[in-house]
Structure formats: structure tokens, C-alpha cells
Ligand binder design. Structure first.
Ligand SMILES: CCCCC/C=C\C/C=C\C/C=C\C=C\C(=O)SCCNC(=O)CCNC(=O)[C@H](O)C(C)(C)COP(=O)(O)OP(=O)(O)OC[C@H]1O[C@@H](n2cnc3c(N)ncnc32)[C@H](O)[C@@H]1OP(=O)(O)O
Ligand SMILES: Cc1cc2nc3c(=O)[nH]c(=O)nc-3n(C[C@H](O)[C@H](O)[C@H](O)COP(=O)(O)OP(=O)(O)OC[C@H]3O[C@@H](n4cnc5c(N)ncnc54)[C@H](O)[C@@H]3O)c2cc1C
Length: 659
């Protein structure tokens, strides 16, 4: 008798859900942060999913031009719905998230507006923000140049003050000074915050921000002296190609003096440069803001990939029966679990550390308002380091999820290739991950050097104050082992640098080790924040226990993966390392019955997930089959090109065979 495999697969997810040992609705709240957050997200996700304009299943088949136009259409429609429904800021931002198509709007709200808020005076904010809020202007963030991205102080664009006319002259003196990469610049933006070297009274005062109009508000044509366009196609089909990353050159473009963002420093009518009493690093404030939001985004991208891979692994069966009986769900293979469950745990870990980072950022911002700059370094180290570690781990994890889905993971309809292509530049934008980790390492070295002077480290570096204890102790397998590993790696680096002829040379020589020390420090933060989370009062049947398991999985997996560090620094013994690995295997067995419910708790609609493999109903095979027929190649039975290229070839073979 023919078995209806498709019906059996659907049953499988129902059975998986029934087997879960915790309250999924309560876990949704733990994941989202509150009942309110679940409800708003749910409403916005459904609003987007039910609107045909927001359709995205055909995205990978569109040409670049059509994809860009589709992005403009979606952005305009989203704005229309936001205005019509009078959505709050929270709702509007969630709606944009669920539209799930990178576009100029991200940079307008994500960087242009924050740059003006952070670096503009009150007067400048009053003038520019209402225009931006109503989309009467569209803005982007033009910092990176063709020749310089990571090295912000090396930017070449100039803004020279002309006291005769009370204007700045913005100029691109070389090809390498062309602005290159800014999202939204290529085709959509009318304005940009441009970073340029301020020159007044013949002196170069370094990099400052300026608001520059680029295109006419009448017909969108570039203003005189402005050359701009798109920089070209990017990695993957669909994916980040919806974004118009742009190139921009200035030929002596004049802007009024009051378009220099003057909160941090000013140029007077006479051309005098006046430095405010705020640290100059606040110029980098927009990047700090975006880096913290990128950490929150990491958990979103990772949880999407993991949701697809877990559901599909519960559906997919291979081997296990020699006599025609049911095969084994691939989720039951120990190897599948040991590859997949640490990623599931990481999604939760990044979510909670992202929430904490958001709290830290808000706290630092409030302190800055009352001129307390004491936590600026902590904010920089945590945002830079967490951005680097979470984005690298997430990019690797999405690719691992693709492999976990076997051949079907390679199909666009699995959603994983596009997710990877959209996500992977996160390792580069807002600061190349290596460059950011070296920033963390510099701060670690500074902290170690201050230990002898008796200065007590604070915040996430406070553990370094326990130097006497941590350098000597034999650690149990818990936070202390992570603290000892991070501290000992940092101290080793500091000692080695100390032996070099000078500090800079030593830092340069030891930079590969410094990277690893920075990663160890950041992983300690992630583990600590996860532990703090599970120590909170978490309502709901079994929810706390599940989070405790995932926290242990994250910590023990990290330990297992970096066992070399723990052993080399003597933070653990080989026996402890082996025991930790044993324990990890046992934890996977506890996660297994809850895996599907743990990804259900992310509460993603099928629209947002965009994957036939990750469908909520588990009806994978009919969906895959149906999806294939939608490909443009299947519009005709006989392919275009048959008459030109296939038929002559086949006929020729026929003639040859008759010879
Ligand atoms: C909510 C919506 C969000 C929307 C967006 C969401 C997702 C993103 C989506 C898509 C991407 C879209 C856009 C992408 C945009 C971009 O990529 S914008 C360009 C980003 N560019 C970079 O990140 C450049 C990286 N480089 C730098 O940040 C600096 O050049 C670097 C820090 C590497 C070096 O700085 P520099 O001044 O040359 O020298 P030092 O290393 O000596 O530092 C001097 C001191 O300043 C401290 N410091 C450095 N940075 C900061 C900071 N950000 N905050 C506070 N302090 C900082 C540093 O520790 C030194 O301190 P000491 O003097 O030692 O005490
Ligand atoms: C999709 C995307 C969107 C972007 N959007 C914007 C935007 O809206 N606005 C904007 O201004 N910019 C934007 N950027 C630019 C982005 O911020 C830069 O690409 C990024 O900061 C990295 O700089 P870079 O390209 O100069 O890399 P490079 O610094 O040239 O990196 C090349 C290699 O050199 C290494 N390296 C560099 N410096 C060091 C060092 N000191 N020590 C050791 N190794 C080093 C790096 O690790 C890397 O391996 C975007 C980029 C991308 C990919």
C-alpha cells in the first residue's frame, strides 16, 4: 500500500510539539522580553504577511533593476501603512523588520537620523529631524571611501571653511577619496551625513560630520558638483542587492557653515575652531549605536536559520530501517544534535546578551547627557567586541544550518542561501570584525597594565581585579574557568608585548594572540549574561529549566570548542575538559524532545521565515515540489535556446552515430 509520506511528515511536527516539556507561550515571552513585546511583534508580523505587496517568495528571481524597484515600492507601501494606521515608533520599526528587505529606509532611520541626533546641536536637530521624520528628505551615512574604511582618521574628503562666504567647500581631492559603500546613497538619498577633514585657517582638524544635500528635491537629479551612482551587484541572488550602496564624488560643493554637525565642536563665523568639552570619540557615537543593534539582529538571523534547520531535521528521515519500516528523523542523529543544538543555544545566548547590551547603551547615553563620560570605554569595548563575536558566529551558523539541511538547504526556496548572503557582510560593515576585536584587545592591555597601579577595573572587566586568585586557582567548570582563561590569555599577551622593543611593535607582533584574548573576554561576557538571565525569576512551566539547559549547552560547547585555550592557560585540567564534553552529550539528549518547541518560541510567521523547509506545518515535500514549478525555467517545457544550441548538437550527434 502506498504511504502518504507528506501527511506523515505533518504529523511529525504535531508529535514533536506534543512532546515538549515546557510552556511554549511562556517561552515566547521570555524570548521577546514581555507579553506586550510578543503581542506587538505578532500583530506586525501578521500585518506584513497578509499584505500581497510584501510578497518576497519571488525575490531571488528578479533582475537587479526589478528588485530595486520592488524595494522602493515596499518602502513606500510600508510608510503608507505606518501613516494610515498611526503606528507607534515601536510598531513601525517592527513592521520594517518583518518586510525583511534591505533598503534605503534602514540607513535613513538607522544611521542618518541617529547621526543628527547624536552630533547635531539642538537647533540643527530642530531644523533637520522633522524633515527626516516626514520623509521630506531621505538621508544616508557617507563615511567610508574607496581607499579607506576601517581607518576613519585616514579619510581624505575635505571640508574647507571659506570665511568670505561663510560656507564649507566639500571636495574629493583623489579617486580614493570617493565615498564608496554608503547604503541608500546610490539611487535614493537626497541628503547625506558626510564625514570629511575639517580645514579652517589653513589647519586640518581631522574628521567631522556635515549634512550635505546631494539631489534636487524637485526632480531627484544630482546637484551641481555632485557625481553619484550605485557601486554594482553584490554577493548572492536577491539578498543585499535590494540596497543601492553608492559612490559619491564632490567637486568643490558649497554648503552653509551651519550644516557642520556642531555638537562636539564648532567653527565660528570668523573661522575659529572651538572644541567642546566632550570627548572627541563621540564622533563615533552613531557606529556604537548601530553596533549594539547589530548584536540584537544577530540573534534574529541566527534564530531564523536554526528554526528552519530544526523543523526540517524533525521532518527529514534517513536510514535506520532495513525492512521497509520508518526511517530515522535526522534530528535523532547525535552528530546532527551536536552541530545544531549549540546553534540553538547561541541564538538564545545572543538574544539575552543583546538585551543587556541595549540596557548598557541606554545607560551610557543617559550618563552622557549629564556629562558623565566614565562608561564610554566600556560601551565601546562591549559593542565592538559583541558585534564582532556574534556576527562571525551567526554567519558561520547560517552556513552550518544550510549543510544541516542537506541538498535541499542549497535551494533558494530553503531561504538559507539568501539569509546567508544578506547576513555575511555584517562581519564587515560597522567595523571589520578583526579591527573591532583589536580595539577590545587594546582596552584589555590597558586594563592589565593598570592592575599593578592598584586601579580597580570596572564593569565587564571587573573580574580582572581578581588577578591574584584567578592566576593561581584551579577552576571548577563554571564562570570562573572562563574568567581565568580570559585573564590569563590577556596577561600572557601583555607579558609578551612587554618584552618587545616598544609597545606598538609588540602589539603588532602579538595581534593574532590578542584577537583570541579578545574573543575569550567577549565569550565570558556572553556566558555571564546568560547565567544572570537564568538566575532571574522566569515564569511558565519548565521555561527556566529549558533556559538553564541551553545556557549550559552554550557554556560547555564554547569550552569544548576552545579547549586548547583552557588547557594551555591551565584554567582546566584535561580531565575536566573530558567531563565537560561528557556532560554536553547528556544535555543534547535533554534538548532533543524540546527542540521544535524551542524554535516555535521565536514566533516567526512563514512569511518572515521565507523557507519551504522551515514551514510551521512541516508540509515540506509538497511545498518543495510546488515551488520548483514556479521557476522561470519551467515556464516552457522546451527551453529557450533549444533550437539554437541543443537541437543542432543533438542532430549532429545523430549524424555522427549513423556514420
Ligand atoms: C536600529 C536600526 C539599525 C539599522 C542598521 C542595522 C543594521 C545594519 C545594516 C546594514 C549595514 C548598514 C550600514 C553600514 C554602515 C557602515 O558600515 S558605516 C561605516 C562603519 N565604519 C567603521 O565601523 C569604521 C571602523 N573604524 C573605527 O571605528 C575607527 O577607525 C577605529 C576605532 C578602528 C580606530 O579609531 P582611531 O580614532 O583611529 O584610533 P584609536 O584606535 O587610537 O582610538 C582612539 C581612542 O578612541 C577610542 N575609541 C575608538 N572608537 C570608539 C568608539 N566608537 N567609542 C568610544 N571610544 C572609541 C579608543 O578606545 C581609543 O581610546 P584611548 O585613547 O585608548 O583611551
Ligand atoms: C554591505 C555593506 C554596507 C555598508 N554600508 C556602509 C554605509 O552605509 N556607510 C558607510 O560609510 N560605509 C558602509 N560600508 C563600509 C564598511 O563600513 C567598511 O567596508 C568596513 O568598515 C570595513 O572597512 P574596509 O572595507 O576598509 O576594509 P579593510 O579595512 O580594507 O579590510 C581589509 C582587510 O584588512 C584587515 N585589516 C584592516 N585594518 C587592519 C588592522 N589595523 N589590523 C589588522 N587587520 C586589518 C581586515 O581585517 C580585512 O581582513 C558598508 C559595507 C558593506 C559591505
Amino acid at each position: 500500500m502506498a504511504v502518504d509520506h507528506a501527511a506523515a511528515e505533518v504529523d511529525h511536527l504535531a508529535a514533536e510539539r506534543a512532546a515538549a516539556r515546557f510552556d511554549v507561550e511562556a517561552m515566547k515571552i521570555a524570548w521577546a522580553g514581555s507579553r506586550h513585546a510578543v503581542d506587538v511583534a505578532d500583530r506586525m508580523a501578521r500585518l506584513v504577511a497578509s499584505d500581497p505587496v510584501f510578497r518576497k517568495d519571488n525575490r531571488t528571481m528578479l533582475s537587479r533593476k526589478d528588485l530595486f524597484k520592488d524595494t522602493l515600492r515596499k518602502a513606500a507601501h510600508a510608510w503608507k501603512r505606518i501613516v494610515e494606521l498611526r503606528l507607534t515608533e515601536e510598531e513601525a520599526s517592527l513592521l520594517r523588520q518583518y518586510v525583511d528587505q534591505p533598503g534605503y529606509v534602514d540607513l535613513h532611520w538607522g544611521m542618518f537620523v541617529p547621526a543628527i541626533k547624536g552630533q547635531g546641536t539642538e537647533e540643527q536637530q530642530k531644523k533637520w529631524l522633522p524633515l527626516a521624520y516626514k520623509f521630506q528628505i531621505i538621508g544616508c551615512y557617507a563615511q567610508t571611501e574607496l581607499g579607506h574604511g576601517s581607518n576613519v582618521q585616514g579619510l581624505e574628503t575635505t571640508a574647507t571653511f571659506d570665511p568670505m562666504t561663510d560656507e564649507f567647500v566639500i571636495h574629493s581631492p583623489t579617486l580614493t577619496s570617493s565615498k564608496w559603500w554608503p547604503g541608500g546613497l546610490g539611487k535614493a538619498s537626497t541628503h547625506a551625513v558626510v564625514y570629511a577633514r575639517l580645514i579652517t585657517e589653513g589647519k586640518d582638524y581631522g574628521i567631522h560630520g556635515f549634512i550635505v544635500q546631494l539631489r534636487s528635491l524637485e526632480d531627484h537629479s544630482p546637484l551641481p558638483g555632485v557625481t553619484l551612482g550605485d557601486i554594482g551587484g553584490k554577493f548572492g541572488s536577491g539578498a543585499y542587492n535590494s540596497m543601492d550602496n553608492g559612490v559619491l564624488r564632490f567637486d568643490h560643493v558649497r554648503i552653509p557653515r551651519d550644516q557642520m554637525l556642531m555638537r562636539l565642536s564648532q567653527v565660528t563665523r570668523e573661522g575659529k575652531y572651538v572644541q567642546s568639552d566632550v570627548p572627541k570619540q563621540l564622533l563615533y557615537g552613531t557606529m556604537v549605536y548601530v553596533r549594539q543593534s547589530i548584536v540584537a539582529d544577530a540573534s534574529k538571523a541566527l534564530s531564523r536559520a536554526v528554526c528552519i534547520a530544526v523543523r526540517y531535521s524533525a521532518i527529514r528521515k534517513q536510514f535506520g530501517s532495513q525492512d521497509g519500516g520508518p526511517e530515522t528523523q535526522v534530528l535523532n542523529y547525535r552528530t546532527q544534535q551536536s552541530r545544531l543544538f549549540p546553534l540553538l543555544a547561541s541564538a538564545y545566548a545572543f538574544r539575552f546578551v543583546g538585551d543587556w547590551l541595549n540596557w548598557l547603551y541606554t545607560d551610557v547615553t543617559q550618563k552622557l547627557e549629564v556629562k558623565d563620560y566614565s562608561t564610554l570605554q566600556e560601551a565601546h569595548a562591549c559593542t565592538a567586541g559583541l558585534k564582532a563575536v556574534t556576527t562571525s558566529a551567526t554567519a558561520d551558523a547560517i552556513e552550518e544550518c544550510r549543510k544541516l539541511c542537506g541538498g535541499h538547504g542549497y535551494l533558494n526556496s530553503s531561504g538559507l542561501p539568501e539569509l546567508f548572503a544578506v547576513y555575511v557582510p555584517a562581519c564587515t560593515y560597522e567595523g571589520d570584525n578583526v579591527v573591532l576585536l583589536l580595539q577590545v584587545a587594546r582596552i584589555l592591555m590597558k586594563t592589565v597594565s593598570q592592575l599593578t597601579s592598584g586601579k580597580q577595573p570596572v564593569g565587564t572587566m571587573a573580574y580582572m581585579g581578581k588577578v591574584q586568585h584567578l592566576m593561581q586557582s584551579k577552576c571548577a567548570v563554571k564562570t570562573e574557568a572562563f574568567e581565568a582563561r580570559a585573564l590569563r590569555m590577556a596577561v600572557n599577551c601583555a607579558q609578551n608585548i612587554g618584552q618587545a622593543s616598544n609597545q606598538e611593535e609588540g602589539f603588532y607582533e602579538r595581534s593574532p594572540d590578542l584577537l583570541e584574548a579578545a574573543v575569550a573576554h567577549i565569550q565570558l561576557i556572553i556566558v555571564t549574561k546568560f547565567i544572570e538571565k537564568v538566575h532571574q525569576d522566569i515564569p511558565g512551566h519548565g521555561v527556566k529549566e529549558q533556559l538553564q539547559n541551553l545556557c549550559n549547552v552554550y557554556a560547555l560547547y564554547t569550552l569544548h570548542k576552545h579547549l586548547g585555550d583552557f588547557l594551555a592557560t591551565g584554567s582546566l585540567t584535561p580531565k575536566q575538559g573530558a567531563l565537560a564534553n561528557e556532560q554536553l552529550g547528556k544535555l543534547y539528549a535533554q534538548v532533543r524532545p524540546n527542540a521544535v518547541a524551542l524554535v516555535d518560541a521565536f514566533n516567526y510567521t512563514d512569511h518572515y521565515l521565507g523557507s519551504v523547509l522551515g514551514r510551521y506545518d512541516g508540509n515540506v515535500y509538497p511545498a518543495l515540489y510546488e515551488e520548483a514549478w514556479k521557476d522561470p525555467l519551467n515556464e516552457t517545457v522546451v527551453p529557450e535556446g533549444y533550437h539554437e544550441y541543443l537541437r543542432p548538437l543533438l542532430k549532429q550527434q545523430l549524424k555522427l552515430s549513423r556514420l
